[in-house]
Design a protein around this ligand. Structure first.
Ligand code: ZN
Ligand code: ZN
Length: 343
């Protein structure tokens, strides 16, 4: 039984294609088919056999053929969103669009860079205080999992404010950096509908992912690092100001009342930062120490996500001048600023 939201979306020529992913943290991913003069799809699903089978099966039920797709719009370069783009391109004349800050994640350029990118992450992970065996795990498992299945030869760049004509009217690109540097949403202003990718998801969860700058050096990999949570919070404020009736996320069910969700996210971040400050009042610490202390039972990819989240909170606290980061003996230590003691 389809939800009433999905039924009303069908009247606008918008259909959900929900596919499985190989990532246990997010078991399914949403792609959104939009009818119109040029058949358009927002996101694709993972390059993963069960996802492609589900995609083909659900697509056939829309009455369209994959060969008819003319545009693939990617909200961001993660493999559960861009993974099937190449499979679609091979069977159609579709053009693929992505924000330039995420383009390298999905193109052949990224393959050449993979080795050198890892070297910088390895150095950075050591600075965060990660032990050698966990760094090796990251190399073998987690980092490799971020590689998209099939890389694209050509993509076209999306910019904030670009528009596309679809059956339901004007579709606007809205840059929402944070979850990734090139994360975008797509807005149908005539209908108050936002395709939010991973920028807004129906459940509260740590969202921005740790990411080094594209041109960071091996010696100083933190130079130009994307401050994901600082940027994400700014993007949340921007989406908070929008009048929306319905949000169509990259995972899970459609939802209304995005402002309530954003308020909950802000409270969630503030609570976590309060806990970080409390821990730092006891003693200075590395990112790894703090992740272990605040999330003691997490291992493997869950531990990595905790570390990633911790980096985000520390960058926010540093931007607010509540803490200071120093480099000592090849590790970053975080210390609470004097004026905050006892507050
Ligand atoms: Zn994502
Ligand atoms: Zn996702």
């Amino acid at each position: 039984m389809k939800s009433p939201h999905l039924q009303s979306l069908e009247r606008l020529g918008i259909r959900l294609i929900e596919t499985p992913t190989p990532f246990p943290q997010v078991p399914t991913a949403n792609a959104w088919l939009i009818e119109g003069p040029e058949l358009t799809i927002i996101d694709t699903g993972s390059a993963f056999r069960p996802a492609w089978d589900a995609f083909k099966e659900q697509f056939a039920r829309t009455g369209h053929a994959i060969g008819d797709i003319r545009r693939v719009l990617i909200t961001h370069g993660h493999p559960d969103h861009a993974g099937l783009a190449m499979a679609i391109v091979k069977r159609s004349d579709a053009r693929v669009f992505i924000h330039e800050a995420d383009a390298r994640k999905v193109t052949t350029v990224s393959e050449e860079r993979f080795g050198s990118v890892w070297g910088r992450y390895e150095t950075y992970y050591r600075l965060l205080g990660m032990p050698a065996d966990f760094i090796e795990y990251m190399h073998q498992v987690a980092f490799a999992a971020l590689r998209p299945g099939e890389l694209l030869d050509t993509v076209e760049m999306l910019h904030d404010g670009d528009t596309f004509e679809v059956g339901a009217g004007k579709l606007e690109v809205l840059a929402c950096p944070g979850h990734t540097p090139g994360c975008v949403c797509f807005h149908l202003p005539d209908h108050g509908v936002l395709f939010s990718g991973d920028h807004l998801l129906p459940s509260i969860s740590p969202n921005p992912v740790m990411e080094l700058g594209a041109e960071a050096s091996l010696e100083e990999p933190w130079e130009g690092k994307f401050r994901s949570l600082v940027t994400y919070i700014e993007s949340l404020e921007r989406s908070r100001a929008m009048d929306l009736d319905l949000v169509l996320p990259g995972h899970g069910d459609t939802f209304t009342d995005h402002r309530r969700l954003i308020d909950e996210l802000n409270r969630f971040h503030q609570t976590r930062q309060h806990h970080v400050l409390k821990a730092l009042r006891a003693s200075e610490a590395t990112v790894y120490d703090l992740a272990r202390q605040l999330f003691p039972n997490r291992e493997h990819i869950e531990l990595f996500l905790s570390i990633s989240e911790m980096v985000g909170h520390l960058e926010v606290l540093e931007a607010e001048e509540k803490i200071t980061r120093t480099l000592q003996g090849g590790r970053f230590y975080h210390r609470i600023n004097q004026e905050d003691v006892g507050s």
